[in-house]
Design a protein around this ligand. Sequence first.
Ligand SMILES: Cc1cc2nc3c(=O)[nH]c(=O)nc-3n(C[C@H](O)[C@H](O)[C@H](O)COP(=O)(O)O)c2cc1C
Length: 295
Amino acid sequence: MIWASGWKLASAVSQAGGLGLIGSGSMYPDVLKEHIRQCKQATSRPFGVNIPLLYPGIEKHIEIVVEENVPIIFTSAGNPKTWTNVLKEKGITVVHVVSSSKFALKAEEAGCDAVVAEGFEAGGHNGREETTSMVLIPAVCRTVKIPVISAGGMATGRQMLAAMVLGAEGVQFGSRFVASEEASSHPSFKQAVIRAKEGDTALTLKQLTPVRMMRNKFFKEVQEAEWRGATSAELQSLLGRARAKKGMFEGDLDEGELEIGQTSALIDNILPAGKIVEMLWKEFSEALQQPLRQS
Ligand SMILES: Cc1cc2nc3c(=O)[nH]c(=O)nc-3n(C[C@H](O)[C@H](O)[C@H](O)COP(=O)(O)O)c2cc1C
């Protein structure tokens, strides 16, 4: 996750038994290299790197993960055909993030080892189709043969079990880990996440790249621009540069872009990442023992 998952968060998750991912989307190449090296120092367990494929200078990021022998790469926001073979030839496991069955099939055809099926509820960039995880997980599972990891709208172990009942073989959590001690997100943003209630996030900027964010001052400006029929160029100019950094990393809760998922309504504490992994596993195991709610 951009501006959230650096080496501290990724290594803490891996150390606790999950698969931690470094979000390279907000990193210059030398910064990414440093995060990978620090992560290796902090844990001997496997970790991965997420690379959004649409960002400029992607070749350099690919070069670094190969050089540094990162075993698992999660790609997103782009065509999986371009880089999957290059990475797989180096023995790297490649997982691609999709928001529809159509894109899941393309990822499978491109040779990806697994897909992340990311539903409408998820924080950050998202699909235009607005398919919720409840529909997307079974739809993707019946379309592809490769393993499906679900994402979007999950912040508890019980939800993890529900995703697996629907056919997912793993779950990718995002928003829950923004509210972790190790996330590099600004403390004010983390506080805003734990204060958020149902309805406090929305999917917006569909004309450019759809993104789920908090309904703050910046969101309202975008919404008003969209209502008066702003062109893509006008929206792009309103967005400007470094909005996400301003909000999530620098903590400007009014002017910044605050990417977070619907699960912010379920998250009410900031915990060490290892504790979150432990809690998810405990909730999952308890839910497995007693799947139905007792009245
Ligand atoms: C702050 C933030 C930044 C994110 N950045 C990225 C990113 O750079 N690349 C990516 O593939 N997904 C990104 N995501 C999506 C997450 O990886 C994950 O799929 C999503 O958060 C799961 O849904 P959830 O928020 O309901 O847990 C981001 C999500 C958040 C909340």
